[in-house]
Design a protein around this ligand. Sequence first.
Ligand SMILES: Nc1ncnc2c1ncn2[C@@H]1O[C@H](COP(=O)(O)OP(=O)(O)O)[C@@H](O)[C@H]1O
Ligand SMILES: [Mg+2]
Length: 361
Amino acid sequence: MPSKVPRLQIENLSRRYDGRLVVDDISLAVMPGQVTCLLGPSGCGKSTTLRMIAGVETQDSGKVLVDGRVICDGSARVPPEQRNIGLMFQDFALFPHLNVAGNVAFGLTGPRAETDARVAELLERVGLGRYGASYPHELSGGEQQRVALARALAPRPRIMLMDEPFSGLDNRLRDGIRDETLDILREEDAAVLLVTHEPDEAMRMADDIALMRGGRIVQQGAPYNVYNAPVDRDAVAFFSDINVIRGTVNGALTSTPFGQFLAPGVPDGSAVDIVIRPQHIKIDFDRAGRGPNPTVQDGTPARGVVQRARFMGSESLVEFRMDHDGSILKATVPNVFLPSPGKALWLMLRRDRCFVFPARV
Ligand SMILES: Nc1ncnc2c1ncn2[C@@H]1O[C@H](COP(=O)(O)OP(=O)(O)O)[C@@H](O)[C@H]1O
Ligand SMILES: [Mg+2]
């Protein structure tokens, strides 16, 4: 039976710097073989959280548990080197005077034959089986990254903490290394806490995303849920461009040029933001000014005039100035769709893709 005790658990961690709360009551749990991602903008407290778990930073309150055992709280504190936690950072430094095998073996203790075998196994696993005698400066950035991964995994850590580990790599290398790294971490059954400010990276790698802002976790869940059921306007905007249509509530409904939207629980007279991603706007022809008919799925169409259209590779981005209020709405369309500026077209909002939030004041 798989154990139900999280490999890593943190409870109510907080940390202040100069009186300012930079990590504010963070709790989460990671099971063995799982990747949880702390995702948030720069400065939101991700690295500080990781450093407290690693033990190189001390929390003001809260605790960290590994396999159900407290490793630090208000009274006890296991030193970093005894936590059995692997670390990988963006500016990982290999030891320049040690060859690749020496770097990977660095944290290992035990009989020479065993450590040699472990080093050989890991180098093989990261695709560097023949590079044991090479020195770091002889390797590419991607290869150095793999050595760093092998080094971090060598002592069989039960937990891996990774802080923006791929941001130093160029785009083409990155996807491959991310996937390989994930495969290896899953095989090793480590619990992984990965920090990143890039939504794409989190979506690609995480089983679970904890979206952070201002020191707090504002939403947590599977990537699909965080993307498709965002808690607020900023949570939508963190993953993509957004369009915002402002409305006022009357009887739990708000009326807009795109028809009526439900705004349950929002008091009459208050403003709401209807938020929709550019890829969920539908475009239709002008039909001599009549436009398409309203539908249940897409509501009422509204007319706009193309301001500009750009080809982005996998999609085209079209900006419209809306007839009803002069606002700009952005729509993306797969492949090539490049209508001329000045052309009138009709826009519809996919109802199931609209998010309605109390307006930000
Ligand atoms: N040692 C420190 N002393 C003072 N302020 C710090 C220190 N470390 C981090 N901070 C501040 O705490 C906030 C969170 O930092 P950090 O955890 O590095 O964020 P992130 O990793 O999400 O970019 C930032 O405003 C940062 O300037
Ligand atoms: Mg950081």
